[in-house]
Design a protein around this ligand. Sequence first.
Ligand code: FES
Length: 200
Amino acid sequence: MTPLLAMAWRLHELGRSFTWHISARSRSRVPFSKELDALPFRDSIVLHIDDEQNGKLLEASDILRSASDDCDVYVCGPRGYMAFIEEAARRAGVTKERLHQEHFGAEIDTTGSPFTVVAARSGLSIEVGCTETILSALQREGIEVETACQNGVCGTCLTKVIEGRPDHRDMVLTDVEKASNEMIAVCCSRSRSRILKLDV
Ligand code: FES
């Protein structure tokens, strides 16, 4: 939100037209939500709140398709969201030159050898591929984990480890917490053991 807020102010001061689409899982998770309503360019902001859409996904490619050809697209958000918008932009015919991306924090290497996650609550065994994250593998099987940054910096996705040795890649847990192997950030970390049993 922060870089886009600064850009929105600048465009407003220059009298340039823009639309700012903000996506969040729920209204309470929209940053600066109170301040947004007081902005002089509030009419240029469109909120997309997941839990108010009855499970309907954001139609990002339709939105991007409706933008004029001389319009540039700026996107900032968690890794999964950025990938979603990038794919939507590709489908909408937005050229690479018109798409500008601002990534959260440092890029973490989430790739590695495949392993199996056992979801203790359902008993499901789920393969995590070389380029997949635990989070995406769980979501593929319909298991939801609360997330925010999806980039190892916020700690929202920390999940209890029941068995196995995590390969910690996050920047949230301290060295002592990592050594204890009690929790794992499923958005970016992997496993050193062939099987990792999690409390999900
Ligand atoms: S969602 Fe932020 S650390 Fe995983």
